[in-house]
Write a protein that binds this ligand. Sequence first.
Ligand code: MRU
Length: 352
Amino acid sequence: MSFSSQVFPVFWYEDHVRLINQNQLPTVYEIVEISRCDDMALAIKTMIVRGAPAIGVAAAYGMYLGAREIESDDREQFLNQLSEVAQKLRETRPTAVNLFWAIERMMKTARQTMGPVDHIKQVLLKTAQAINAEDLDTCQAIGNHGLQALPTSPEKLTLLTHCNAGALATAGYGTSLGVVRSAWQAGRLERLYADETRPRLQGAKLTAWECVQEGIPVTLITDSMAAHCMKQGRIDAVVVGADRIAANGDTANKIGTYSLALVAHAHAVPFYVAAPLSTIDFSLSDGSQIPIEERDPVEIYQIGQTRICPPGAEFYNPAFDVTPADLITGIITEHGTMKPSELIQLRMKQVV
Ligand code: MRU
């Protein structure tokens, strides 16, 4: 089944990249034109583009833009300078492993491509475009598998999600919101509850915007209302995205996901993680090894231009948390849905 979202946050246009400025939504729909690697690195860092798979696609294009700026025709010099480009892009955000996965794929492509430097550059552009296109197919597959994994009763489900793991966070369909889209398309969705997602409000600003664009019924709640809604029996299942999944299934996602998983467990509500295989980091045995990004405290103490707390208070602003595998009912990937403990079989079968 195929159902496009019509929202493409990262795409190649003529000779540069176009990004939807996610810091301006939902009030302003602005396209940012990116022609230089430095500008792409800044766009990732400042969250003009955000969401693990979208960051991966953006970084892949960033690698090409950086390659294009290298003047040397000497292969070794080119590869050395490209390694510096890769390092610059790696330093933008630490948690989403898709960033590192895409950069590594681009570096490997450069190393394995023979012929003149100009040819390597062209192959790098094609590879970035392939990563972009593959992510759309991957998300469609996640949506279809997710639809099969959802509870069979009631016929029309009310789902809850956190943050934005939608079209805006991927190449254009979404992971958890891809599952929601597929359920909506199949007539199995009654409504989506969206957590507002403090402090940056991706749920309020982005998930609600995507749903409204497509006529998907959406009810926005503050993060602290999820337990109450579950106790009232309003929620049939929770579906969230992921930034990095360790080999044992422990999952890093937007701050607040862990508490959502705990309350889902307390109310026997199934809790699903939807993510591409590129989000699984088999080099980490468990979630304690996942680097957690800490962001500027201004995200906590200021709303718009208004400071909301007294001077003298201190702040702690982790952007992600880790949900232990035993709180996760299933991980929905493009290869199907599995229990966290079954992930390792993908490695053994060399699927990833
Ligand atoms: O800080 P963000 O907005 O990049 O965080 C995004 C999330 O946590 C998403 O849930 C995750 O990246 C999955 S996106 C398909």
